[in-house]
Design a protein around this ligand. Structure first.
Ligand SMILES: *Cc1c(COP(=O)(O)O)cnc(C)c1O
Length: 456
């Protein structure tokens, strides 16, 4: 972005100057629209989400066969939703949140198989690829073939067929884990191109499942580009395109319909009088975008979805505020994109998610790395729940929703200011249960003081 160009953009969206200065910001999306104004004219909709949900149900017997730890939920990979009153008290007492509603934690950090939100999108995309191949190769007669037929895809014959195909993906760690674990379980050859932020234990774990890990010194965008190039020359290779994938997006979106019964269980009503606020950490945008898209189709105008990014890598916010979406990267703003939140170390947002989510997202926030470790310790100390640094970004939402002038203006504008006592807030914890013990201890002891300090 040259000087003149930068000026024009900043005139259009003053928040960009604050992002460029590395300040933590809160931003309300002026383009959010009521649901009945956006339902038509979008390239994806409720029918696509329903289709993804049915596919996951068809595959449940196979998932259960491959991963016995999913038996309790009948092969459906889903996480708990729990109330965290002690953490709410910490946010109010130590972080000045002034939060008046209830605070819940969605524990995708503890999702079976992959231990992160990527167990939704990543695993869904692998299963969809496997289903299409199985139909093509005659392993399945139809999509309605029944339980036994789907379960037989775990058998020797199917594995031999799948072994003739490969899957490639670029990742900061967790996407690679979910694709690698599910891909290898079905017999595919999987290659994961890891960006420089990827933690060593994630690479080791992935290799232990038989996936090939290709390490690089480049950032996330560079890792994706390499995976894309290598996949393009190989007709037997499926490339999981985190920057553009509809399948990943729809896999994430299924989360929403499964949330409703969990809210019912906790006695949480959602409606005009009882708004639901959801805060999701954001990297390239697929996970927060897909989940929020699903939530808007499920709860309509009663749900308010915010994405949260590190101050050094606010690619989605830069894309939304400028209107350029994938056409601007954080380096254009003079930021380096480096953060301890490895899963959020992304310089350029998905070109699919930004435009699609424009009428849906309520807004975005950025958070300093140092605070992530405070939240991590606070949650561990108050609720005895461990989540990884990237997941902690979401706590910035409830910490600021009733305090920030920008977000209070949002509440006023949508008629919510007087209803906050009846509101419910969900922090979407996106990863953490697979983090090894030593690594947890280092995170818990880490006194984050910004990026000048060595990595933990
Ligand atoms: C990938 C990831 C995210 C963000 O998902 P995107 O699809 O990249 O936006 C958030 N938290 C964790 C732990 C992740 O692994």
């Amino acid at each position: 972005m040259d000087g003149v160009h930068a000026h024009e953009l900043i005139d259009r969206a003053p928040v960009l100057a604050r992002l460029a200065a590395g300040e933590p910001v809160e931003w309300a999306n002026p383009a959010r629209k009521p649901m009945d104004e956006v339902r038509c004219g979008q390239e994806l909709g409720a029918a696509d989400i329903g289709d993804a949900r049915s596919r996951l149900e068809r595959f449940a017997p196979l998932v259960e066969e491959l991963f016995p730890q999913t038996r309790e939920r009948g092969g459906i990979i889903e996480s708990d939703l729990v109330e965290i009153p002690a953490m709410r008290a910490v946010l109010n007492e130590r972080h000045g949140a002034g939060l008046s509603g209830r605070l819940l934690l969605k524990k995708d950090s503890h999702l079976a198989v992959a231990g992160s939100v990527k167990a939704r999108g990543g695993i869904y995309e692998v299963l969809k690829f496997a289903e299409d191949l199985a139909l093509e190769e005659g392993l399945l007669v139809s999509r309605d073939s029944g339980e036994g037929a789907f379960r037989s895809l775990a058998g020797e014959h199917a594995r031999e067929v799948f072994a003739g195909y490969s899957i490639r993906v670029g990742s900061t760690g967790n996407l690679g884990l979910s694709i690698g674990i599910m891909g290898a379980a079905l017999g595919f050859h999987v290659e994961v191109f890891m960006s420089r932020e990827a933690r060593q234990w994630k690479k080791d774990l992935l290799r232990s499942y038989g996936a090939v890990v290709v390490e690089s010194e480049g950032d996330y965008g560079a890792a994706v580009a390499r995976a894309r190039e290598e996949a393009a020359v190989d007709p037997t290779c499926h490339f999981v395109d985190d920057e553009n994938s509809r399948d990943l997006f729809l896999g994430y979106a299924v989360a929403a319909s499964r949330l409703r019964p969990q809210l019912d269980e906790l006695g949480v009503e959602v409606g005009e009088e009882n708004p639901l606020f959801v805060y999701i950490p954001c990297g390239v945008g697929g996970a927060p975008g897909g989940i929020s898209f699903g939530l808007r189709h499920e709860f309509g105008d009663a749900v308010h979805c915010f994405f949260v990014e590190p101050t050094s890598a606010p690619c989605m916010l830069a894309g939304m505020a400028s209107g350029l979406h994938g056409g601007i990267c954080v380096q254009d703003l003079g930021l380096d994109g480096r953060t301890q939140a490895d899963g959020l170390a992304v310089g350029r947002a998905s070109g699919l998610v930004g435009p699609l989510m424009c009428p849906h997202f309520s807004g975005g926030l950025t958070v300093d790395d140092a605070l992530l470790f405070d939240y991590l310790r606070d949650l561990d100390g108050s609720e005895r729940v461990f989540v990884e640094p990237s997941a902690c970004a979401a706590f910035r939402g409830p910490a600021r929703i009733e305090r920030s002038p920008e977000l209070r203006a949002y509440l006023e504008a949508w008629g919510l200011a007087g209803r906050m006592g009846d509101a419910t807030h969900i922090v979407w914890a996106t990863g953490g249960s697979l983090v090894p013990e030593e690594e947890r201890a280092t995170y818990l002891a880490w006194q984050g003081r910004g990026l000048s300090q060595p990595r933990p």
